[in-house]
Design a protein around this ligand. Structure first.
Ligand code: OGA
Ligand code: MN
Length: 286
C-alpha cells in the first residue's frame, strides 16, 4: 500500500510501500506523479536498485537527459557522483570529481544552464559517509509565495542568464574546459516559473549569472537579496541519507545543494538520472 508522509510543513514527502526495482501499475505511477507535483521532493527508502532499474523508474517521468559533454559518463543517462577512482580509492582534493562535488555545494537547479532545463532529478545513495554528505532542498514555490507584493512585481517577467561556467569558476577557474564551455553557452531563463494550480516559483541558483539587460551591481544586488531570503531555514528540507535511499526532486520548484563531508577519508557514491524538461522557460528574443 502506497503511503505518503509529509517531511516538512511546506514541501517534501516520504513515499513508502513501493518497490521501485520492478514494474509498478499505472494507478500507482499516477499517484507518485501527483505527489511529485504537490510535494516537489519525494523520498523513497530501502530501494536497493541497479542502474538499469533506476533508469526504468526515471523513464516513468519523461525522457532522460544525456550527460553533458566533458563529464565522466558523457552521452549516457547516468551521472555518478563519487570521490573515488575506478579502483575505489579516494581521489586527490584537486581531482575534477571532487571539485564538481564541491560545486554541488552551491544552491542550484540541475541543468538550468540548458536551453530547455531539466524537469526532475533522481538521486540514489549507493555509498554514504558516516557524517555529513546530506542534500538540502529549498522550496522555491514557498519562497515566491512569501515575497511581498512589491518584490513579486519586481521579479515577474525578468529574464536571467544562466551560465554553467559562472558557478564552476568560483570553485576553480579551470574546472570548465574551453570545449565544455563551448558545448553549454549561456542561456536565457525566466526568473519566475508558473506552475499553474501549484503557484509560481523563483528560478535561481549557482548557474544564474545575471539579470538580462541589468548592470552587474544591480543584477548581483537583486539575486543576492533573493537568495538571502530563499535560504532562510524555514524554507529548507535537509535530507540525511541512509543507504538505498532515493530522492526525486522537481528542479523547477526547488533548489538543492550537497553538504560537506570528510571527502579525503570517507567514500561517497551517488547515482543520478535526470528527467528532461519539455519546454523552454522563456520565448526566444525577437
Ligand atoms: C546532484 C547533486 C547533491 C549531492 O546530484 O545533482 O547536486 O548531495 N547532488 O550529491
Ligand atoms: Mn545537482
Amino acid at each position: 500500500m502506497l503511503e505518503i508522509r509529509p517531511l516538512h510543513s511546506l514541501f517534501a514527502a516520504e513515499v513508502s510501500g513501493l518497490d521501485l526495482s520492478g514494474a509498478l501499475d499505472e494507478g500507482v505511477v499516477e499517484q507518485v506523479r501527483d505527489a511529485f507535483q504537490q510535494y516537489s521532493v519525494l523520498v523513497f527508502r530501502d530501494q536497493d536498485i541497479s542502474d538499469d532499474q533506476q533508469i526504468a523508474f526515471s523513464r516513468l517521468f519523461g525522457d532522460l537527459e544525456q550527460t553533458r559533454a566533458g563529464a565522466a559518463d558523457a552521452g549516457g543517462s547516468l551521472i555518478r557522483l563519487s570521490n573515488m577512482g575506478p579502483d575505489g580509492a579516494i581521489v586527490a582534493p584537486s581531482d575534477k570529481q571532487v571539485l564538481n562535488n564541491k560545486a554541488n555545494q552551491q544552491w542550484h537547479a540541475d541543468s538550468s544552464f540548458k536551453p530547455v532545463p531539466a524537469k526532475a532529478s533522481l538521486l540514489s545513495a549507493r555509498i554514504i559517509p558516516s557524517v555529513g554528505g546530506n542534500t538540502e532542498y529549498i522550496s522555491m514555490r514557498a519562497v515566491y509565495e512569501a515575497l511581498d507584493a512589491e518584490m513579486k512585481a519586481r521579479v515577474d517577467g525578468l529574464v536571467t542568464i544562466h551560465d554553467f561556467d559562472y558557478g564552476r569558476r568560483k570553485i576553480d577557474p579551470d574546472l570548465v574546459s574551453a570545449e565544455e564551455r563551448a558545448a553549454v553557452p549561456p542561456v536565457r531563463q525566466a526568473m519566475v516559473l508558473d506552475h499553474g494550480a501549484q503557484g509560481k516559483s523563483l528560478y535561481l541558483g549557482a548557474h544564474c549569472a545575471r539579470v538580462e539587460g541589468w548592470d552587474d551591481a544591480a543584477s548581483r544586488g537583486l539575486i543576492d537579496e533573493l537568495m538571502a531570503f530563499a535560504t532562510e531555514a524555514r524554507f529548507i528540507y535537509a535530507h540525511a541519507w541512509k543507504p538505498h535511499d532515493m530522492v526525486l526532486w522537481d528542479n523547477r520548484a526547488v533548489l538543492h545543494r550537497a553538504t560537506p563531508f570528510a571527502s579525503q577519508t570517507e567514500q561517497r557514491l551517488m547515482v543520478r538520472t535526470t528527467i528532461a524538461g519539455d519546454a523552454a522557460t522563456v520565448e526566444p528574443p525577437d
